[in-house]
Design a protein. Structure first.
Length: 403
């Protein structure tokens, strides 16, 4: 079915990203530099965003990439080792230096394009970009850079999710409150509630978590000087509350009922077992070889970098979308939990992150890795916290927070 979202919807969507999501929920300021990354399959959204950025007084760095003619697969099948690994530090240092904000649009003209590609080449390319990730992270932690991700639905994405394109887009419209007259006002309301819950969890001074359900029996150690985060505009939509635990205290097993598609190939029915903080067993019904390669990317790729929960009362996402951004924020009957293997979020440090050194972060149990691999479960679970006092408190049950 052919469908293009109305200009009014795309204009609202663009304004949410530019005037709310960037700037940590405050929008951009006139004269700031915005790096706009977008694939050609989302060209109508690229145009809408460019217009709103111009009207807001931004200087735009254009990053329009062609995803419609098979160049991604061609690159991985024909590029030399030098082309796969070459990194231009002078160029990327300059990009990081001048960029105040970044908008990255997720869209995919052909979600199966990379299924036949040697997955080691995908991870080799990912690993080669590690310095860029670290430089942007450092600038963000210094309070000088913000970013947001959003999605543009394509026929291929909708087909993979088993939805007609108009229904796929209705999920986007509902999730981002684009059916409302003032979606930014609604996002500010949601962000306020997410911040409240995150602060309440932080103030509880949780030491350990036990996540129990039919598909999970996991124990996490939060670690010293941790805080929970939620709201603020990173990712639209985002309804999650998350933290980065001390990876060394992770024990147990978990099965994920949602597929993982972040790097292209679709990995389904993932099962992980942790011992002494690391994945010691892993399996999947599809792309198991790729899963194991992901976990072996670098030492941190087998360690937890994020633990997250989504309250079903906030999220309007009801369908699987074949898009991690949406699937990790699904509402449904039990909300969802997701964890990420790999890179931790250092802004979950409950202190001055600008003064946090790499050695200190390592000592606190934060994970360093070039990957951040999100895995999602929407099955029922209860999360019980052990507090510093030794008391236990259920913080999440029946798909919603209890605090």
């Amino acid at each position: 079915m052919s469908y293009t979202p109305p200009e009014e919807i795309l204009d609202k969507y663009a304004k949410v990203l530019v005037n709310f999501a960037l700037g940590g929920g405050t929008g951009i300021k006139k004269g700031e530099v915005v790096y706009l990354q977008c694939p050609t399959s989302a060209l109508p959204f690229y145009l809408a965003l460019s217009k709103v950025l111009i009207d807001s007084g931004a200087t735009i760095i254009n990053g329009l990439g062609d995803d419609m003619h098979g160049l991604g697969r061609y690159f991985y099948e024909h590029a030399s080792h030098e082309q796969l690994t070459r990194f231009l530090p002078e160029y990327y240092k300059g990009l990081v230096k001048v960029t105040d904000h970044r908008i990255a649009i997720l869209a995919n003209h052909d979600v199966r394009e990379l299924n036949s590609v040697d997955t080691k080449k995908i991870m080799l390319r990912q690993t080669s970009a590690k310095p860029l990730v670290k430089w942007f992270d450092a600038k963000e932690n210094a309070g000088k850079y913000t970013w947001t991700l959003a999605s543009y639905g394509t026929p291929s994405m909708a087909k993979e999710a088993g939805l007609p394109l108009n229904e796929y887009w209705q999920q986007i419209i509902d999730a981002c409150f684009l059916d409302l007259d003032d979606p930014i006002a609604k996002w500010k309301e949601v962000s306020k509630e997410l911040s409240r819950v995150a602060k309440t969890l932080t103030d509880l001074r949780i030491e350990k978590l036990h996540v129990k359900g039919d598909d999970v029996d996991m124990r996490y150690t939060l670690g010293e000087k941790r805080r929970w985060l939620g709201g603020g505009g990173r990712n639209i939509p985002s309804f999650e509350i998350f933290t980065s635990p001390d990876w060394r205290g992770t024990e147990g097993w978990i099965h994920f009922d949602q597929p993982m598609t972040k790097y292209g190939p679709k990995i389904e029915c993932i099962k992980l077992r942790f011992k002494k903080g690391k994945v010691v067993e892993s399996s999947a019904t599809t792309q198991q070889k790729f899963l194991k390669e992901l976990i072996a990317t670098d030492p941190g790729a087998a360690q937890i970098g994020e633990f997250s929960l989504t309250d079903k009362r906030l999220s309007r996402i009801t369908k699987f979308m074949h898009d991690d951004l949406y699937d990790e924020n699904m509402g449904g009957p039990f909300g969802n939990t997701h964890l990420a293997l790999g890179r931790s979020y250092l802004d979950t440090y409950d202190g001055d992150v600008k003064k946090l050194t790499g050695a200190q972060a390592k000592k606190l149990g934060y994970t360093e890795s070039v990957v951040h691999t999100d895995m999602i479960s929407t099955t029922d679970r209860t999360v019980t916290a052990t507090l510093a006092s030794g008391n236990q408190k259920v913080i999440y049950k029946n798909g919603q927070f209890t605090v």
